[in-house]
Design a protein around this ligand. Structure first.
Ligand code: GLU
Length: 305
């Protein structure tokens, strides 16, 4: 497969879409980002990688971090995790309060904000005030890169304007599904959402999920095969909020988006992919990123179906 050529074709075909979509503006620190950016990286199991655009440009990974916190929480709690957070698609926006009230403070899945706040709270139960450092160390380990850090300005901007996240936390606390101090959970969550990575780094970080939980390069087993199956299944059914069905329909791969404009996806037994373009569609997913992945699976025939 000539991946270099395919990436070049994709880059050309997405050009007319630069006038569509909007950069996330509800987080003030993200709203002045140059909207017309694009990068895409492919990481294969033998260490070979292919890229196009500014693939070393770091951006805010936002909700992509929820894949990593869910992985850590599943590793620590196993099936007990599902007492506090479900595994069904929500069909609602990422920060919706409505369903949470109907369902007594148990979030539908770990990839909507409420679910990720619960997994962060559970991590704090185990790691106490070292929680963020543990999350960051885990991301550095799966990426084989000690230089990954978070952006303090983005984290504090989220904290100052995170009214919906505080509302979710308060509601879940009243249903006794949050044990720790709300401010501590929020700050830890905002920090991991504010981690900055490039498509090059993200595609490397996701490789273990394409290989049943074991990094094919370092041979380290981060989670069991069965747990990797659960994480990938949830990325397929819940990775793009209320547009998860649309993403599965168009792209046909497990993937997770973030409002920073990044998307990660995996092709089991073959590769991890990451794409970045900060203009979002109405569901808060990268518009060009989704199109680029759709073009990729169409051109290569490499969807899971
Ligand atoms: N930190 C963002 C928030 O809580 C994450 C949302 C996203 O990336 O979808 O609003």
């Amino acid at each position: 497969m000539n991946y270099d050529l395919i990436l070049k074709e994709i880059h050309k075909e997405i050009q007319p879409l630069y006038n569509e979509g909007k950069v996330a503006s509800y987080i003030p620190a993200l709203k002045n980002i140059n909207p017309k950016q694009f990068a895409m990286s492919i990481q294969l199991f033998d260490g070979t990688s292919f890229h196009i655009g500014n693939y070393n440009q770091q951006f805010s990974i936002q909700s992509i971090s929820k894949v990593f916190t869910f992985t850590l929480a599943l590793h620590l709690y196993g099936k007990d995790l599902y007492k506090n957070v479900g595994h069904e698609p929500s069909g609602d926006p990422f920060n919706s309060l409505v369903q949470l009230e109907y369902e007594n403070g148990i979030p539908r899945n770990p990839f909507i904000n409420a679910g990720a706040l619960v997994t962060t709270d559970l991590l704090i139960n185990k790691y106490k005030d070292e929680t963020f450092e543990k999350v960051l160390a885990f991301i550095q380990e799966i990426s084989n890169n000690k230089d990954i850090v978070y952006d303090k300005e983005v984290a504090s901007s989220e904290e100052q304007t995170g009214y919906m996240n505080f509302a979710l936390l308060n509601m879940m606390k009243s249903y006794k599904n949050i044990s720790n101090d709300i401010k501590e959970v929020a700050q830890t969550y905002f920090k991991h959402c504010s981690i900055s990575m490039s498509t090059n780094e993200l595609s490397r970080a996701m490789l273990f999920l394409a290989n049943h939980g074991t990094d094919p390069l370092s041979k380290k087993e981060f989670i069991t095969q069965s747990q990797a199956k659960r994480i990938n299944s949830l990325m397929l059914t819940c990775g793009h909020y209320d547009a998860s069905g649309d993403f599965a329909f168009k792209v046909g791969l497990p993937g997770k988006s973030g409002v920073g404009g990044g998307i990660v996806a995996i092709i089991p037994n073959l590769m991890a992919i990451s794409v970045y373009s900060p203009q979002l569609n109405k569901n808060g997913n990268s518009l060009i990123g989704t199109k680029a992945l759709e073009l990729f699976t169409t051109k290569t025939g490499l969807s899971i179906f």
